[in-house]
Design a protein around this ligand. Structure first.
Ligand code: M6R
Length: 359
C-alpha cells in the first residue's frame, strides 16, 4: 500500500525533499565550504592523484552518472565520463590505476553493474559505489562509497534514487574540487545551493495540478522529442526514459545541438518537443533552437527558469551546476501523470522489473 498516495511512484516523487535532506545529512562543511563523505576510503593525497573518473550504471543510474561526470569535471576539473555498465563489461576496457571508477545503483543488485565492478576489481581498478541499498552486492564489492539514504524505492521507475544520486555526485564533486582547484567562494556557493534544494523541490511539487493537466494533453500524442544542451542533455535522456517506461509513449532524447544533424526532419505538429532551457550561458543558443522547432509548427513545452512560450514549466533558480537536480522533477510528474491519464499500471510497467539481476 502506498500509504495514502495513489501510487508508490507519486509517493516517492513527493518524498524527494526528505531524500535530499538525508543525502546531505551531516555531509556539508560550512567552515571549509566542502563536503565530507565518510566511506570513501580515499585520502587527500590519493584524491589529488586521480587523473580520470569513469562512472558506470544502467538506466537512470547511468543518466545520474552523466550528471555526476559533468559535476566532477566542472567542479573538480578532472576529466570524467559515464558509460552504461552493461556496455562496459562486454568490451574489455583498459583499466587504469589513476582512474577512479564509480558504480551507481539504487538496488545494488543490478547484474551488469555488479559484473562490471568485479571485472574492474580483478584488473586492479579502484571502485567507489554510489548505492542506496545498504549491504547490497555492489556495495560489498566496492573499495568504498557513499550511501544515498533515500529509503526504499518500490516503484519500478526510479525517481527519488535518481535525485539522491545526483545530489551525492554534487557532494563528491565538491569534495574533490576543494582538495584540488575549487575556490572557497565557489565551494560556499555550491554548499548554499545544495542547502536550498529541499525547499525548492517543495515549490516544484506545488505545480502538480498544472503538470497533470499538461500531461493528460501530451499523452494523446504518439511520440515526443526531449532536448537539452550540456547540463540539459542528461535531463532530457532521463526524462524521455521516464515517459517511455510508465506511459509507453515513444520518446527520444537528443542534444539540442544535434537537432539540425538529423531529428529536425521529424518535427511537425504531431511531434511535441520537451526542451530543457535553463537561464544559463546557453540560453540564447537554446532559444534559437526553439525558433527552429516552432518554424516547423512543432509544439514546445519548455522547462526552465522563465516563461518561454505557451507551455512553460518554471522552476526556482538554483546554482547552474545543480540545475540537473531540480529541472528533472517536473518531468517525473509529467511522466507519472501521462501514465495515469492512459490508465497504465504505473508502479509495475509492462516488461520491466525493479532490479535486473539477470544478464
Ligand atoms: O537498481 P539500479 O539503480 O542499479 O537500477 C538500474 C536501472 O535498471 C534502473 O535505473 C532503471 O532504468 C529504472 N527502471 C529507471 O526508472
Amino acid at each position: 500500500d502506498a500509504e495514502g498516495y495513489t501510487h508508490f511512484m507519486r509517493k516517492e516523487i513527493h518524498e524527494q525533499p526528505g531524500a535530499v535532506e538525508r543525502a546531505l545529512g551531516g555531509r556539508l562543511d560550512e567552515r571549509f565550504h566542502t563536503a565530507h563523505l565518510g566511506g570513501l576510503n580515499l585520502d587527500a593525497r590519493e584524491a589529488r592523484g586521480i587523473r580520470r573518473v569513469k562512472i558506470l550504471g544502467c538506466g537512470s543510474a547511468y543518466y545520474a552518472g552523466q550528471v555526476g561526470a559533468q559535476l566532477i569535471e566542472e567542479l573538480a576539473r578532472i576529466p570524467a565520463d559515464a558509460e552504461p555498465a552493461s556496455e562496459f563489461r562486454y568490451r574489455n576496457p583498459v583499466v587504469e590505476p589513476d582512474t577512479l571508477y564509480i558504480a551507481v545503483s539504487q538496488s545494488g543488485e543490478t547484474y551488469d553493474t555488479l559484473v562490471a565492478v568485479q571485472e574492474l576489481r580483478r584488473k586492479g581498478g579502484r571502485v567507489l559505489g554510489v548505492v542506496n541499498a545498504v549491504g547490497s552486492a555492489i556495495a560489498r564489492e566496492c573499495d568504498g562509497g557513499v550511501y544515498l539514504h533515500a529509503g526504499p524505492e518500490i516503484a519500478v521507475a526510479s525517481t527519488k534514487a535518481y535525485t539522491s544520486q545526483a545530489v551525492v555526485f554534487a557532494l563528491l564533486a565538491l569534495h574533490l574540487g576543494r582538495i584540488r582547484d575549487l575556490s572557497p567562494s565557489d565551494g560556499r556557493r555550491i554548499c548554499e545551493g545544495l542547502r536550498r534544494l529541499p525547499g525548492q523541490i517543495e515549490e516544484i511539487l506545488k505545480q502538480e495540478d498544472r503538470i497533470a493537466a499538461l500531461a493528460a494533453d501530451l499523452a494523446t500524442y504518439r511520440s515526443m522529442l526531449f532536448i537539452g544542451r550540456v547540463r540539459g542533455w542528461p535531463i532530457a535522456r532521463e526524462s524521455a526514459q521516464k515517459l517511455k517506461e510508465v506511459s509507453y509513449v515513444h520518446a527520444e532524447a537528443y542534444p539540442s545541438s544535434e537537432l539540425k544533424h538529423g531529428p529536425l526532419a521529424l518535427v511537425n505538429p504531431e511531434l511535441p518537443t520537451v526542451a530543457i532551457v535553463p537561464d544559463d550561458d546557453l540560453l540564447d543558443k537554446n532559444q534559437s533552437t526553439l525558433g527552429e522547432i516552432r518554424a516547423r509548427r512543432g509544439r514546445v513545452l519548455t522547462v526552465g527558469h522563465r516563461e518561454l512560450g505557451d507551455d512553460s514549466l518554471v522552476v526556482p533558480k538554483s546554482e547552474p551546476e545543480l540545475d540537473p537536480i531540480l529541472l528533472t522533477i517536473p518531468l517525473q510528474l509529467l511522466a507519472y501523470h501521462a501514465a495515469v491519464a492512459l490508465g497504465n499500471d504505473v508502479d509495475k510497467p509492462r516488461n520491466l522489473a525493479k532490479s535486473v539481476t539477470v544478464e
